[in-house]
Design a protein around this ligand. Structure first.
Ligand code: ASP
Length: 342
């Protein structure tokens, strides 16, 4: 590859790519072949930019394993030709897609930076321009021939986050994301200040892309009054392979005998059950209270301080690793694979 750095911008949809029709005021996606017309500031970069769009850009509520695979295919095909990648994505499920890619793409050693915006590019107060411009800068930032951020990340409103540590916290503020249990990878002010201690070290291994994603998973968010028949209906879903249990506090649940019994039955069927907390910060410690100990005894795995998004996509990823036994999948579920748990 030659200098200047080459960055591939991949448009998947979402608010960021919308412009306002001057006559009707309605929003519609802009033509990505004309990206540079919409953001003329990009011409000032000493970075070679190319843009590509998913076949059918979408609101990110419609994004899922099918879209992830299309995205993974684009990255895989172009991986050796670019220094970095910027993925424009709706913010609603960005934390899921970005977490999913952090697992499904093994041995990432280049920046893959997701960004989006709360206001469309075509709106005068848009947050999209700064987000794209800085995301590109980060994706192209190399030092001594090596990328500064060789991992999957999200850039939003002056902050760079590890993708699989993020969660969307605001539908209103420009600061839409948080990384509750892990420091920022960088902060953008006058300069981009990288927190090098928090950035993963890359390994020089070839990229491996998983595209055969197992979707036989479910989650149950506990609430006071959750009935056995509801819990059982989910446990009895045919072909279920993984279940996330969203528990209280440090991983606690009611001590109903039916709850432990349903979980024991799931374990006997080889279904992997993982405990994640409903709290935004802190972690699951199943040994702390009796209300957690009974889950541990029933065979529930601790999701520790993983976000819901990371735990769900990691579960899908590990279930997709058909070369692993269920026992190995369980072991990896509790192992830090991509910096997703402390
Ligand atoms: N609904 C939009 C989406 O997630 C919101 C956004 O782009 O931020 O696609």
């Amino acid at each position: 590859m030659s200098n200047p750095s080459k960055v591939l911008i991949i448009y998947t949809g979402g608010t960021i790519g919308m412009v306002e029709d001057p006559e009707t005021g309605s929003l519609h996606p802009f033509d990505f072949d004309h990206l540079l017309n919409e953001i003329p500031e990009l011409n000032k970069f000493d970075i070679e930019l190319e843009a590509i769009s998913l076949e059918n850009p979408m609101d990110s509520s419609n994004m899922g394993p099918e879209g992830w695979v299309e995205l993974i295919g684009i990255i895989e095909e172009n991986y050796n030709d670019f220094h970095g990648f910027v993925i424009l994505h709706g913010s609603d499920t960005m934390a899921y897609t970005a977490s999913a890619l952090s697992f499904l793409l093994e041995n990432v050693n280049k920046p893959i930076v997701f960004t989006g915006s709360q206001l469309p590019i075509g709106k005068i107060r848009t947050d999209g321009k700064e987000n794209i411009i800085t995301a590109i800068e980060i994706a192209a930032d190399y030092e001594n021939g090596r990328p500064i951020v060789p991992e999957v990340a999200i850039y939003f409103e002056y902050a760079l986050y590890r993708a699989n540590r993020t969660t969307k916290v605001s539908a209103e503020n420009f600061e839409a994301f948080q990384s509750p249990n892990y420091p920022l990878l960088a902060e953008a002010g006058v300069h981009i200040k990288y927190n090098r201690f928090a950035i993963r070290k890359a390994e020089d291994k070839p990229l491996l892309a998983r595209k055969d994603i197992v979707e036989d998973v479910a989650s149950i968010r506990l609430f006071p009054g959750l009935q056995h028949k509801v819990f059982k209906a989910i446990c009895d879903v045919p072909d279920l392979k993984g279940l996330l249990l969203e528990t209280y506090g440090s991983g606690n649940s009611p001590t109903h005998t039916w709850l432990a019994e349903e979980i024991i039955k799931l374990n006997e069927k080889g279904v992997i059950v993982v405990n994640v907390t409903q709290c935004i910060t802190g972690k699951v410690m199943q040994g702390k209270y009796e209300t957690g100990v009974h889950l541990e005894r029933a065979g529930v795995l601790s999701g520790q301080d993983m976000t819901y998004e990371a735990a769900m996509t990691k579960l899908m990823y590990l279930l997709s690793c058909k070369e692993l036994s269920v026992e190995q999948q369980k072991q990896f579920m509790q192992t830090n694979l991509r910096g997703e748990m402390s």
